[in-house]
Ligand binder design. Structure first.
Ligand SMILES: Cc1cc2nc3c(=O)[nH]c(=O)nc-3n(C[C@H](O)[C@H](O)[C@H](O)COP(=O)(O)OP(=O)(O)OC[C@H]3O[C@@H](n4cnc5c(N)ncnc54)[C@H](O)[C@@H]3O)c2cc1C
Length: 274
């Protein structure tokens, strides 16, 4: 089950000239245009890594922006386990854990949520993806993550998760497939189940806070803020007040536990470059 507008392809994408051949022989359409467009992104991140070298793994990204992260371990855990209370994030994280795959739309959304809403160190997300993605690729993964974290000096894409869910999974089929707790929640509420009244929760067999998690309260959300002198305006938009985090993020802490049980888990770039 995949959200509308996302495609699944084998990890090795067809070379561009094959697509051009197909276009010449059969037809050029929106799909052929987009596959070529996406392949340009892949190539972009290869060149990006060649240019910036190891800096694609650095905490402050290629822009070297010094940031303080939210050290609350609960937030990381909820993201990793797909229990944030935001159906689109949870469905994608559960799909990743179960299959080793997540659509590009999903990756963009969960990365934005981890870094720009929860304020967790982006490298923990990149590291986690690395350990699970079947199509893991150093430059695509770390390049996309550092860009999603807004640490390349370019535009910062801060996604409105609920709007994205409604746009790409209007009927809620995707979120219901991965979050069976939402099975009987009507489409009008499935992307924001916390807005159900008590009666609606009873009717849907989905009590918020019991059967399905309540969303992380706004008071615990927050975006990373500049940790050093200077920097300052590195983060953009959204108007959400910046929370005060407790200083340098631990970055490494939560990883130990998960790695311990896996047996044969790949060593990540993050670990290699630490
Ligand atoms: C945070 C994050 C981490 C990612 N990590 C990886 C990774 O480890 N390995 C990986 O191959 N891709 C990665 N991507 C890129 C992209 O999500 C996947 O390539 C895509 O989801 C694969 O699905 P598909 O084959 O259906 O791609 P389609 O959407 O059909 O695109 C066709 C091909 O274009 C390329 N492509 C598409 N989008 C991107 C992109 N944003 N960056 C680079 N190449 C792209 C891929 O080679 C893909 O197979 C990541 C994206 C994000 C946002």
């Amino acid at each position: 089950m995949r959200p509308t507008g996302t495609r699944r392809r084998s990890p090795s994408a067809a070379p561009r000239h094959e697509i051009r051949k197909y276009e010449a022989q059969r037809q050029a359409n929106k799909s052929t245009y987009w596959v070529i467009f996406e392949l340009i992104w892949r190539d972009f991140f290869r060149f990006f890594a060649l240019k910036h070298g190891n800096r694609i793994f650095f905490e402050g990204g290629t822009s070297g922006t010094p940031l303080a992260w939210n050290p609350d371990p609960e937030l990381w855990k909820r993201w990793r386990d797909g229990t944030t209370g935001l159906p689109l994030v949870d469905a994608n994280m559960r799909e990743l854990a179960a299959t080793g795959f997540m659509s590009n739309r999903g990756r963009q959304n969960v990365a934005s949520y981890l870094v720009l809403d929860l304020g967790v160190d982006w490298r923990r997300g990149a590291d986690y993806f690395e350990s699970l993605l079947l199509d893991y690729d150093v430059t695509s993964n770390w390049g996309n993550w550092v860009a999603a974290a807004g640490l390349t000096g370019g535009r910062v894409n801060h996604f409105n998760i609920t709007k994205q869910s409604k746009d790409y999974d209007a009927a809620g089929d995707y979120v219901r497939a991965w979050c069976p707790e939402l099975r009987n929640v009507p489409a009008a509420k499935v992307h924001e189940p916390w807005t159900m009244s008590r009666e609606e929760q009873e009717r849907a067999g989905c009590r918020i806070g019991q059967d399905y998690p309540a969303p992380v309260p706004a008071s615990r959300l927050g975006r990373p803020h500049s940790s050093g002198a200077g920097g300052g305006g590195g983060r953009t938009s959204s108007g959400r007040p910046q929370s005060r985090f407790g200083g340098g993020g631990d970055g490494r802490g939560g990883r130990g536990g998960r790695g311990g049980g896996g047996g044969g888990r790949r060593q990540s770039e993050f670990e290699r470059y630490q």
